[in-house]
Design a protein around this ligand. Structure first.
Ligand code: HEM
Length: 855
């Protein structure tokens, strides 16, 4: 109902035809003046162009629920999606949802809530008002997992925060400034002319072009390389041609293998090492390798030849080679599928509309821009655009609450929360039962239990427990600790709660901190040598293969030989760097006994062990030496505040450790992490039943550990402490953890749906390029035309950086094909668009070309 009202207001508030031209102009201004390019201008542009603010204060939002389809718990609507062709028909699936639920709705995919919008004004508001200074988008799951697993750093598409903004500004200056297309034109036209010449040769030889998309992939990548190197690049070698061919086909394979992984539980596919995952990984590995190789070769050439392309300008900006390589490899990859598939959709549409071909020939290039706009309206290669909002807001009258960005983060939290409550309540009940039945403080339960009538076996267990307890409590280490505490208390004159906090901080600062620094030092060294070993491993493999041949060894013998050599190399590296992994465990060997002894020492003070008058005095002091809600430190914290803080701090330590890992943890690591998580929860009811002086010690110790772990993540501090840099070290650990923790709202702009909405475009499913031509009289018959409802390149600061390249390339390519050939796409029956990483045809399209007689 709300939805219906919403769309009616949005439609009535503006006459589509009247404001179409105004909006189109605004869209063009925004598009051609990216607001990260020219900051001062950006302010003005944003002021003029900022769309009517369809947001309101979060508090002003109606409290009506956003429309959502019915869904099942845990899996949400995943079954619906799966039944409709997995992820490949997601654009149609969402389109149908919009038809049923309106221009804004929310749907739970698995455990993640997503908000879909197809209202043109809302989409514009999203990009211009809501996305914040550092717009964030969601990347395909396989890509995110690949990046997490193999720690490869990628270009602009993957960057966030300040790193993204500074690099984006720099690249905007060259690719999006006014007039940039003039400098881009020459290398693009040259490349396309050569490409068309090769097609002409094929036509003369009566060859059919079977797979146009592969041809266009290669062209798009070639265009980008020529833009980077400039017009004075030497004729490429055959080796270069082969490299290019291999690269373009591996980039193409990425998109195909990603499609197959759509809608599947990606983590599981990776953990089971399914073929689908292996295929995907293989082509990403290859593409990144070849992409980096290409960029490295270009950089090498540039140093020797001083070519006049974009690369030269980027080098002049003092960008380091690593960042250049990251950004450019991604450019080449981003240019591949988008431009290739858009070119293909244009040819496919023209092939069925011969009159439009004649129109192009008649009106020349001026008409091609309308053909491109129309093709991209019908087939936007990016049918969904995502943004993760930085804060709560009100969108289209609805509250947009902070949700979770990634399924797994949400999953993890929900699971641990549920787990926590179950374990917590059952343990509390258990302890309550014990305490009720004994009706004495539970911390005395070892002694008390012995007074109860128990069966023989229980008796012996209790006896054994008591003996162990007593022997620890009376051990020298505990006595020393106890005396130390008493001495510190007397010497400082502190109250007992201050004594406990201060002595804990002191001991941890003097002993645990240096040991933890040493542990980090050893672990970083071990990580570095394991990488070294990996490289040595490849050499050893070759040597083992040679030895196998020479000595006629069996496979088993060769494997033993290899393992033996690897072990030997490992020992050598460990000795060389003096970093035996066991040294990293020193902190645990110190910390656990200290924790146990200190706990027993405090318990002894409460139990007046050893008895005597001074023990009595200490007991009295402890009874009055508390604070706030626990004035008496000898009894447990009935409010549960300290025990819960203790449990949460321990959980936070574990979660932060997990989040600060750049690489995918091993299975063993996962098992240990889960055991520690359980242990942290189990400790809460235990902490709730010990004297609060002990609990205070535990809380102080854990909080100190948390702060210490967070501090030791800082790369600059690590360098000062001489901890070597390691591959898993995070460059920006705190923003990384903040990102992992922060709840953000993913909003999906349904570009495919808004471009085909009959409220925005009359006859929305027809290919009518003239609708974009203001001077065309046929346009009068099309009542609705809202240019800003079609946003194939997105809008705002994170919109496509290659837009100008793409438009110049598409215009030139279409013109050259139409001017030089008569053509017909073959195999066009039942062509449907499917969503992979881009909106692509469901089968290969061929093209039949004949040379055109221009006279
Ligand atoms: C018809 C061709 C193209 C289309 C339809 C297209 C579409 C898009 C869209 C919609 C986005 C925005 C994604 C978002 O908002 O989350 C984008 C981003 C991007 N595009 Fe394109 N693109 C095309 C061609 C190119 C080319 C030729 C390049 C090469 C330079 C390129 C490089 C990029 C990069 C690097 C980004 C990420 C920008 C960032 O995150 O700051 N694109 N593209």
């Amino acid at each position: 109902m709300t939805c219906l009202n919403f769309s009616i207001t949005s439609r009535n508030s503006r006459s589509n035809r009247d404001d179409a031209d105004e909006i189109e102009e605004i869209a063009n201004i925004i598009d051609s003046n990216d607001n990260t390019t020219m900051d001062t201008e950006a302010v003005n542009i944003t002021l003029i162009c900022r769309p009517p603010d369809r947001t309101c204060e979060f508090k002003d939002a109606s409290h009506v629920e956003m429309p959502r389809p019915t869904s099942l718990p845990i899996i949400g609507t995943k079954i619906d999606l799966f039944m409709r062709g997995r992820g490949t028909r997601i654009h149609e699936y969402v389109d149908e949802r919009h038809k049923n639920l309106g221009k804004i709705f929310t749907e739970k995919f698995g455990t993640t809530d997503l908000i879909f919008i197809s209202d043109a004004e809302l989409i514009k508001t999203l990009f211009m008002n809501l996305e914040g200074k550092y717009p964030m988008h969601i990347l395909p799951d396989p890509w995110v997992l690949y990046e997490k697993l193999y720690g490869c750093q990628r270009g602009l598409l993957f960057m966030n925060g300040e790193e993204w903004l500074s690099n984006r500004r720099l690249m905007n200056k060259h690719l999006l400034r006014d007039g940039a297309e003039l400098t881009l034109r020459e290398p693009i036209v040259n490349t396309i002319e050569k490409f068309i010449d090769s097609w002409k040769r094929k036509v003369k030889n009566n060859e059919e072009i079977i797979d146009i998309s592969s041809e266009f992939y290669k062209l798009s990548i070639n265009v980008l390389i020529n833009i980077l190197m400039g017009t004075n690049i030497p004729t490429p070698s055959r080796h270069y041609d082969e490299l290019l061919l291999k690269f373009s086909s591996s980039v193409k394979d990425i998109f195909e293998t990603t499609t197959k992984l759509y809608g599947l539980p990606i983590n599981l596919c990776q953990q089971l090492n399914l073929k689908l995952w292996r295929d995907f990984k293989e082509c990403v590995d290859l593409s990144l390798l070849l992409g980096n190789k290409l960029v490295t070769e270009m950089l090498h050439l540039q140093k020797k030849g001083n070519y006049n392309g974009l690369l030269n300008k980027i080098i002049d900006e003092n960008m380091d080679e690593k960042t250049i390589s990251r950004i450019l490899t991604d450019f080449i990859m981003a240019a591949g599928d988008t431009t290739a598939y858009t070119s293909m959709w244009i040819l496919y549409l023209l092939s069925d509309n011969i009159s439009e071909i004649s129109e192009i020939r008649r009106k020349k290039q001026s008409y091609i821009q309308f053909v491109i706009k129309e093709a991209m309206r019908l087939y936007p290669v990016a049918p969904f655009l995502t943004r993760i909002l930085p804060k709560n807001c009100c969108l289209g009258g609805f509250e947009v609450h902070q949700g979770a960005t990634r399924g797994y983060v949400h999953n993890l939290r929900t699971k641990s929360y549920r787990f926590y409550s179950v374990v917590y309540s059952s343990r509390i009940n258990h302890f309550n039962r014990v305490s009720c039945s004994t009706s004495v403080p539970v911390y005395n339960n070892f002694a008390d239990l012995t007074n109860k009538k128990r069966c023989f076996s229980m008796d012996s267990i209790v006896k054994w427990q008591e003996q162990t307890y007593m022997s620890i409590a009376n051990s020298t280490a505990v006595n020393v600790m106890q005396d130390g505490l008493l001495y510190f208390h007397d010497a400082t004159g502190f109250s007992w709660c201050t004594t406990i906090v201060a002595s804990t901080i002191l001991v941890r600062t003097l002993m645990t901190v240096p040991l933890s620094i040493y542990q980090n030092y050893i672990l970083a060294k071990v990580e570095n040598i394991s990488f070294e070993l990996k490289e040595l491993g490849n050499e050893l493999k070759k040597e083992t293969a040679a030895a196998k041949k020479m000595l006629n060894l069996t496979d088993k013998q060769a494997a033993i030989l290899f393992r033996h050599s690897i072990k030997k190399q490992w020992s050598k590296l460990v000795v060389r760097d003096n970093c035996h992994p066991l040294k990293a465990t020193m902190v645990i060997w110190f910390q656990i006994p200290f924790w146990v002894c200190m706990s027993f020492a405090l318990r002894n003070l409460v139990n007046m062990n050893p008895p005597g008058s001074s023990a009595m005095v200490t007991f009295m002091e402890l009874s009055t030496g508390g604070f706030g809600w626990i004035p008496n430190l000898t009894v447990s914290d009935h409010s549960y505040i300290l025990p819960v803080v203790f449990g949460l701090t321990n959980l936070a330590i574990i979660e932060i450790q997990t989040m600060s890992k750049l690489r995918q943890p091993s299975k063993l690591y996962n098992i240990f992490t889960n055991v520690f998580r359980v242990f942290s929860v189990v400790l809460i009811p235990i902490a709730a039943n010990v004297p609060s002086c002990m609990c205070l010690y535990w809380v102080t110790s854990s909080l100190f550990g948390l702060i210490q772990n967070l501090t030791l993540l800082s790369p600059s501090l690590r360098r000062k402490l001489k901890i070597p840099e390691a591959p898993s070290e995070l460059e920006h650990p705190y923003s990384h953890i903040k990102d992992e923790f922060s709840h953000k709202t993913p909003i999906i702009a349904s570009i495919y749906t808004s471009g085909r909405d009959d409220g925005y475009f009359s006859k929305p499913c027809e290919f009518l390029p003239f609708r974009w031509d203001r001077n065309d009289l046929r346009r009068e018959n099309l009542v609705n035309h809202k240019a800003s409802a079609s946003l194939p390149f997105a809008l705002g600061a994170r919109s496509c950086i290659g837009k100008k390249i793409a438009i110049v390339q598409l215009t030139e390519l279409v013109w050259q094909i139409v001017d030089n050939f008569d053509f017909k796409c073959t195999n066009t029956d039942n062509i449907k668009a499917i969503t992979s990483q881009a909106l692509v045809p469901n089968k290969k399209i061929g093209i039949k070309l004949t040379l055109r007689n221009k006279t």
